[in-house]
Write a protein that binds this ligand. Structure first.
Ligand code: BES
Ligand code: MN
Ligand code: ZN
Length: 501
């Protein structure tokens, strides 16, 4: 794990010394001083390369005479007025990637307040450090034969900043959120023979260490509550289902005690059931619990940073398998709401799980807002690709708040409509509702519209994260693999609107 440190600016003797360069090769004071000290090496190196100082660009200068460090690295900061938190995180992430490419073990980055930049040096250092941690994540616990040179070289990143105390203070809550993102990425990355409903519920119990109250409901308790929709999905698997309720009461004396609620789809593996999926790509369905992973992550984040909010996270954990006892297309199940559902496609299972999870959550907790996260439809990938998640909501304010939180954290959302005509398309001939539409049209909206039937008046939003939960390529602060999409977004939503002063 990458070690992050903050210390006062003093000449580095080992590793790589990193200095910032602005757009159009404008040297920051630190870069200027280094240029002077090295007799113009910085300027000369830049002019013989394509390095322009644009954000996230890097340039290595090796074995410079007269200084003890092994290499200098120039790090592009771009335009100072655009250096907001998200930009800085991206720069921190790009730095980690560059140092790993170069084989470096220790980096020292000098940070100073820059004219025109929106954040002061301590906050800049904190966000760079945060981005560095997010990029440095790696799921490697099952690699037993990796040679040293195949592992990431970077072991420590040191941020040199005058006000060390202020930088540490600014970094502390971000560091906690990063821990929570690591937890969510770990959970989502684990294979389905390791993470299944019972074992995931056990992991959730560890959140008690943060002051979270964790309750686990088993099959019997869920049957008693009438959760026929969730249980119908689970019945084809030898792995028993679980529902986990996590509560963080960070604002017990608030005037309005009602919590904000997060619901997660936790299908630990989705074969499709009897409506079985094709073999090619089925392995992706190990992360069909990414919604639950994000909910678990955001609960840890809120508790770890002692957020002044009452929050509840509820995850429905099941495995969707075909076997002699699996549910059949045309089965009719009764959900906790009392509504009956005709299951016409057993692969549209996430909405069945959420029907009971969302109903239970609003019924028991009367939340002031309820947000569900789910890798619900392949259709959302057709519509939005991998840059945006879809948001569906019965409430314009909640939806706007989510979209704004998405823009500040880089976990972007795009709103889709709901409506009467879509709702008619899930009327069943045999039961109250059917779990698919009459054709392939508007697949993601149909999924959302189905969940909507199990939500009463509570301000509610559904996030379809099927396109963003897993990444096939590295990006600035997200290495390929599980992204933990939703953790930063919801943590930000809470910080901006649901915490007491
Ligand atoms: N878990 C899938 C959706 C999914 C697809 C997530 C690709 C991530 C990547 C979901 O349970 C599913 O199978 N949905 C069906 C719904 C259809 C049967 C109405 C789909 O999208 O094909
Ligand atoms: Mn499915
Ligand atoms: Zn699924």
């Amino acid at each position: 794990m990458l070690k992050i440190g903050f210390s006062k600016p003093e000449p580095a003797n080992t590793g790589t010394l990193v200095v910032a360069v602005l757009d159009d090769r404008r040297l920051t004071p630190a870069a200027q001083a280094l240029d002077k000290k090295t007799g113009g090496v910085v300027t000369r190196a830049m002019s013989t390369s394509r390095f322009k100082g644009r954000k996230e660009e890097t340039l290595e200068i090796l074995a410079v005479k007269g200084i003890p460090v092994a290499r200098i690295m120039l790090l592009g900061f771009g335009k100072p007025e655009q250096l907001d938190a998200l930009r800085l995180q991206g720069i921190g992430g790009a730095l980690v990637a560059a140092l790993n490419r170069s084989g470096e073990a220790v980096g020292h980055l000098q940070i100073e307040t820059l004219t025109g930049a929106p954040l002061a040096a301590p906050d800049m250092a904190a966000h760079i450090a945060y981005g560095a941690r997010l990029r440095a994540y790696r799921f490697d616990k099952y690699r037993t034969r990796e040679k040293e040179e195949q592992k990431p070289s970077l072991k420590a990143l040191n941020l040199l900043v005058t006000d060390v105390a202020a930088a540490r203070k600014s970094f502390a809550p971000l560091d906690r959120v990063a821990d929570a993102i690591y937890l969510a990425r770990d959970i989502i990355s684990e294979p389905p023979n390791v993470i299944y409903p019972e074992s995931l519920a056990e992991r959730c119990k560890r959140l008690t260490a943060f002051g979270i109250k964790v309750e686990v409901l088993d099959e019997k308790q869920m049957a008693k509550l009438g959760m026929g929709a969730l249980l119908g999905v689970a019945q084809g698997s030898v792995k028993a289902p679980r529902m986990v309720v996590m509560r963080w009461d960070g604002a017990p004396r608030a005037k309005d005690k009602r919590p904000i609620a997060f619901c997660g789809k936790g299908v630990t593996f989705d074969t499709g059931g009897i409506s079985i999926k094709p073999a090619a790509g089925m392995e992706d369905m190990k992360w069909d619990m990414a919604g639950a992973g994000a909910v678990i992550g955001v609960m840890q984040a809120l508790a770890a940073r002692r957020a002044k909010v009452n929050a509840v996270g509820v995850v429905g954990l099941v495995e969707n398998m075909p076997d002699g006892n699996a549910q059949r297309p045309s089965d009719i199940v009764k959900s906790m709401s009392g509504r009956t559902i005709e299951v016409l496609n057993t692969d549209a299972e996430g909405r069945l799980v959420l029907a009971d999870v969302c109903w239970y959550t609003q019924d028991r907790f009367k939340p002031k807002a309820m947000i569900d996260l789910a890798t619900l439809t392949g259709a959302i990938i057709v519509a939005l690709g991998h840059e945006y998640a879809g948001v569906f909501s019965n409430n314009d304010d909640l939806s706007s708040r989510l979209i704004a939180a998405g823009a500040t954290t880089g976990e972007q959302l795009w709103r889709f409509p709901l409506g009467e005509a879509f709702d008619r398309d899930i009327d069943s001939d045999a039961a109250d509702v059917k779990n698919i539409g009459s054709n392939r049209a508007a697949g993601s909206i149909i999924g959302a519209q189905f969940i909507h039937r199990f939500v009463n008046d509570v301000p509610w939003a559904h996030l379809d994260i099927a396109g963003v939960a897993w990444s096939k390529k590295d990006s600035a602060i997200t290495p390929k693999g599980a992204t933990a999409f939703g953790v930063r977004l919801l943590d930000r939503l809470v910080a901006a609107h649901y915490e007491e002063e």
